[in-house]
Design a protein. Structure first.
Length: 390
């Protein structure tokens, strides 16, 4: 008699324990953040990881009654890894949202998993225009290369640049940058005698730069992904391109704030167009930069950090809008149409395209207080991705 009731109690307690645990698990809202924490794109991973953690430290880990858990996975920017990790996060961890995506091939590898599992995929870095069309569950908080390139193609011919050779990393975002810069620049009366493409992995810019030197255009337009700008800048100087009178222009990826300060004199005067500069003059940005540097031993936040920080905001706000329910379709609906003040300026998640609408700034590298910055000198407001405008 005694023994049976003891067993019964033990079983009852066991059941309670299990269901209590299940309830606690249900209450956890999981974000699977896949980033390149190692390899050629590691700076992108480090920036976004730090920004996501800053967002959580500033905004708490409980949203609409749910405990938010960030699960960070390193894909080394190998798309087969990104895909496998996304699958594991969806099937085993049952994440509510997938996020991150350091390079375009990673985002494209995961898009079908987002569609099949109805899991929102918040793209915080990758910037090829077509990514948002790869799945109806993609929402982007970074930028697109067409968005960043067109402003520069309007600026250049008004500033004495009539011939340009383009040099881009040979994959999605580079091809977008080349296409949109070239067609807009030619439309404005400019000439593009040569369009060069350099491999994404372990690029050697030297033979391409030699060719540019021989062609002697007014300027060289460059797209390289975040992290690759220093190598290009170094070889540009070594070949004496600036001394030969060839200007360097590009999207802001090449004067990445993560690297800029170590680029030296060659970088001074380089004009780029982009959506974010650490130097952006707004109270929201000043607060962001200060908090980011304080939490990361003085590391400068770059445009990748801002994509990660804003991506977390989009997820948090969507979860609030669902009243903490957090189903895939409801979250997606909550992400569409969000308008807010980002450290980069005002932004809008276009409900139709799920892509970000934002200001594009023209900037020039200048030395201020002994440090190099991308100093904004003009702005084109509320730029939609021209890659989609039919
Ligand atoms: C991509 C990666 C980058 O590092 C960048 O600066 C722009 C685009 C990409 O792969 O989409």
């Amino acid at each position: 008699m005694h023994k049976r009731s003891f067993l019964g109690t033990a079983v009852a307690l066991g059941l309670l324990g299990a269901s209590g645990l299940a309830m606690a698990q249900d209450n956890v809202f999981k974000i699977g953040l896949i980033l390149p924490m190692t390899g050629q794109q590691a700076s992108t991973g480090r920036q976004i990881d730090a920004a996501a953690k800053l967002w959580m430290a500033q905004n708490g880990e409980t949203v609409a009654g749910r405990k938010v858990q960030l699960i960070v996975k390193d894909d080394g920017s190998v798309p087969a890894n990104t895909r496998r990790l996304a699958q594991e996060l969806v099937v085993n961890d049952k994440v509510n949202v997938l996020a991150g995506m350091g390079i375009t091939p990673s985002a494209l590898a995961v898009a079908p998993i987002a569609t099949q599992s109805k899991t929102p995929l918040v793209v915080m870095a990758a910037a090829t225009s077509s990514i948002t069309e790869a799945s109806p569950y993609v929402v982007r908080t970074s930028f697109t290369l067409p968005q960043a390139s067109v402003a520069l193609a309007d600026w250049a011919p008004k500033n004495g640049i009539k011939t340009v050779v383009t040099l881009v990393s040979d994959y999605g975002p580079g091809l977008d940058a080349e296409k949109f810069f070239k067609s807009r620049f030619e439309f404005n009366g400019g000439k593009v005698p040569e369009a060069l493409r350099v491999p994404l992995m372990n690029p050697d810019f030297a033979p391409f730069l030699q060719k540019v030197r021989d062609l002697k255009p007014d300027a060289l337009f460059v797209f390289v992904p975040s992290g690759a700008g220093s190598a290009l800048m170094k070889q540009f100087a070594e070949r004496g391109m600036d001394k030969a009178g060839i200007k360097l222009i590009g999207t802001g990826d090449v004067t990445d704030d993560d690297l800029l300060n170590d680029m030296g004199e060659t970088a001074v005067g380089v004009v780029t167009s982009h959506h974010y500069s650490t130097d952006h003059n707004s109270p929201a940005n000043k607060k962001f930069v200060e908090a980011f540097q304080k939490a990361n031993k003085g590391l400068r936040p770059n445009f990748m950090a801002v994509g990660g920080y804003d991506g977390m905001r989009v997820i948090y706000e969507a979860l609030k809008k669902t009243g903490g329910k957090g189903g895939g379709d409801a979250l997606l609906a909550g992400m569409k149409g969000q308008i807010f003040e980002s450290p980069r300026g005002p932004v809008f998640i276009d409900a139709q395209t799920r892509d970000i609408v934002q200001n594009i700034y023209l900037r020039k590298v200048e030395k201020k207080n002994g440090q190099l910055y991308n100093v904004e000198f003009d702005v084109i407001k509320d730029v939609k991705d021209p890659g989609k405008a039919k």
